[in-house]
Write a protein that binds this ligand. Structure first.
Ligand SMILES: Cc1cc2nc3c(=O)[nH]c(=O)nc-3n(C[C@H](O)[C@H](O)[C@H](O)COP(=O)(O)OP(=O)(O)OC[C@H]3O[C@@H](n4cnc5c(N)ncnc54)[C@H](O)[C@@H]3O)c2cc1C
Length: 405
């Protein structure tokens, strides 16, 4: 057998996208996936008889990369928008409230706006406004240091930290300004304060939802990519765990952690899904869900998505049942009892034991970001960050560059 042009290691979305684009460009491609299914963190499971996403459930619309890919796969007609309205926040102290309307990653445009004071309290809001009036000076490199210096600890802990964790699965001190927003530094320089920079970024942002989903679930994406790889003649090898890339004969594209360099210790995200029967949830009391600040008393979940409130297509298939997704940074122990208690507190409704029709727990181990320049071509979360929009864009570009070279 002649050596293939390219061997892709890892059949998550990154590996699938890069393999597809290379094959479309005329390359012969082998894809190795260690498990028995494609998709990696984009997977399905059945809970309470309903087929649901077991990992990612939406994609960021920025850049249009995922939508363009879905269009190529004939799935653009099934792109759906979530319920409009802000996410809610459960602060450490006080009741849940909608996230401030004019904000970027939880940073308020106007710290004195009533929806900001409702979360952090009037004294902390006044302090934030005062701090942000100081001359700009040197801008720190990480988001936590910037927000602490310009708006104080309360804005950081109560607003920014929970949103950053929900969006990027990282602490604010692990997020550089460019990742927070590609034009944040530029806007700070132009406007001289953090609040003014946020207002300018918001004014320039396109109207509409920042995320979208797929009717039937995001897990349809890897299924469609896998179908296209078969059509294009890519040799997809399931159950093929690559220990040593030196045994491969084609140009290697690493699309899984630990292939290009020893895997750095990652973190676990535990997702508990509850399917419940409770008509009090029909009114979506917390919109599409909540982010939880550190120290919220008695609550172990980091975030809750009320999936049947967020996605109309899902509501249509559940026959009146509700789907709640709760994420945890570590094992919640008795997961059904813990998630039921957390959901009841966060949503402000009673969820007796009998209201839980079914439950599932999935533990995902996420890789740490790659450090240093890799010795081979790498795609996926370790280099493109968490989230399908960035991963798809990076994998597409990588494949195009590889074809050109
Ligand atoms: C609970 C949860 C919810 C999320 N929600 C969203 C969301 O709503 N929107 C969003 O945009 N993002 C979301 N994300 C993030 C997103 O799912 C990931 O960033 C993305 O799917 C990662 O894709 P990947 O291809 O880089 O890696 P992975 O999905 O991890 O795929 C890597 C693949 O490589 C295989 N593999 C590993 N080692 C080897 C080896 N040595 N040889 C062969 N194969 C190997 C694995 O089996 C796996 O299939 C979520 C993540 C989690 C955990």
């Amino acid at each position: 057998m002649p050596a293939p042009d390219v061997e892709v290691v890892g059949g998550g979305v990154a590996g699938l996208v890069v393999a597809r684009r290379l094959a479309l460009g005329g390359a012969s491609v082998v894809l190795h996936e260690s498990s028995q299914q494609l998709g990696g963190t984009v997977a399905a499971h059945t809970v309470g008889g309903i087929e649901l996403d077991a990992g990612a459930e939406s994609f960021a619309v920025r850049g249009g990369y995922v939508a363009a890919l879905l269009a190529e796969l004939g799935l653009d007609g099934d792109i759906v928008l979530p319920r409009p309205g802000p996410a809610w926040l459960q602060p450490a102290v006080g009741p849940a409230a909608p996230l401030p309307a004019t904000s970027v990653l939880g940073i308020p445009g106007d710290p004195l706006a009533p929806d900001v004071a409702a979360v952090i309290g009037a004294p902390a809001a006044a302090l934030a406004a005062e701090l942000d009036r100081a001359p700009l000076g040197d801008v720190p490199d990480d988001l936590a240091a910037l927000v602490r210096a310009r708006m104080g600890e309360a804005v950081l802990a109560e607003l920014v930290a929970p949103v950053v964790r929900g969006v990027h699965s990282r602490r604010a001190d692990e997020v550089g300004l460019a990742l927070a927003h590609p034009r944040l530094r530029e806007a700070l320089d132009a406007h001289g304060s953090l609040g003014a920079a946020v207002l300018a970024l918001r004014a320039a942002a396109p109207a509409g939802s920042a995320v979208a989903g797929l009717r039937g679930g995001i897990h349809r994406l890897p299924a469609a990519l896998g179908g296209d790889l078969a059509r294009l003649g890519v040799d997809v090898q399931l159950g093929s765990h690559v220990d040593d890339v030196r045994a491969l004969r084609g140009t290697v594209v690493a699309a899984a952690p630990g292939v290009a360099a020893p895997a750095q210790p990652g973190r676990d995200i535990v997702l508990v899904t509850l399917v419940v029967e409770q008509s009090a949830l029909d009114s979506a009391p917390r919109g599409s869900g909540l982010l939880v600040a550190d120290g919220a008393p008695g609550i172990r979940a980091r975030a809750l998505t009320h999936a049947t409130a967020k996605w109309a297509w899902l509501r249509e298939v559940t026959g009146g049942l509700h789907v709640l997704r709760l994420s945890y940074d570590d094992d919640p122990g008795a997961h059904v009892a813990t998630a039921r208690a957390d959901a009841a507190d966060l949503l402000g409704v009673e969820l007796p034991r009998a209201s839980v029709i079914d439950a599932a727990r999935v533990t995902w181990t996420r890789p740490a970001a790659a450090s240093g320049a890799p010795a081979m071509i790498v795609v996926g979360e370790t280099v493109a960050g968490s989230g399908l929009a960035g991963i798809v864009a990076h994998a597409e570009t990588t494949a195009v560059n590889l074809l050109a070279s």
